[in-house]
Design a protein around this ligand. Structure first.
Ligand SMILES: [Zn+2]
Length: 193
């Protein structure tokens, strides 16, 4: 059977549409509920959404040419992907706040822990070993921004790609409480060269 014949068979296009929409929809959903137990019901919701969307859109292009059908599915998938990026950054803003230590908007509002530098948010009641919040932040910053050798530069603003796989944004208002000089002084003792 040729490709053309395959696409003329009943149900092939419908299947392409369902699968085409299901992938970006599910990717959006699983990114949004990262590490959450609600994955299974959400997968079902994602599937129902994809089927509904596919059939809704397919109904409009049903009588159109294969070329139109392909263009429509491609535009649909791209549109969902863009929507997904916007939705994710919105969701992160709602569920995370700025980390005073590393400057990313990455402190989980529920656990009070930063997803980038893994520091805990300052807490007067629990963190009794410090003179105050400022001392705590400075100490954590010295550790987080410390360098491994004399060749490495202190960089407070460069987004840390490796530790930032989930794309948190760096806050534009954040400024470190420690200076570059202080970080170098702190790091020196552990330098290998
Ligand atoms: Zn942090």
């Amino acid at each position: 059977m040729s490709i053309k014949e395959t696409f003329e068979k009943k149900g092939t296009w419908e299947l392409v549409y369902v699968v085409g929409f299901y992938i970006p929809i599910m990717r959006t959903i699983s990114d949004l509920v990262n590490n959450s137990i609600e994955r299974i019901p959400l997968a079902i919701i994602g599937f129902i959404l994809s089927v509904a969307l596919s059939f809704g859109i397919y109904r409009i292009v049903k009588t159109k040419t294969n070329f139109t059908k392909s263009i429509v599915i491609i535009i649909g998938v791209v549109a969902i992907s863009f929507l997904s990026i916007a939705l994710q950054s919105y969701a992160k803003k709602v569920t995370h706040e700025i980390c005073e230590i590393c400057g990313f908007i990455s402190v989980d509002k529920e656990t009070h822990e930063c997803q980038i530098c893994v520091s805990k948010e300052w807490n007067d009641k629990l963190m009794t070993g410090y003179a105050g919040k400022e001392e705590y932040i400075k100490e954590e910053q010295l550790f987080w921004f410390s360098t491994e050798s004399s060749f490495e530069k202190v960089n407070f603003y460069l987004p840390d790609g490796e530790k930032n796989e989930v794309n948190f944004l760096k806050s534009e208002n954040w400024k470190p409480l420690v200076t570059e000089k202080e970080v170098i002084e702190y790091s020196k003792k552990d330098w290998r060269q």
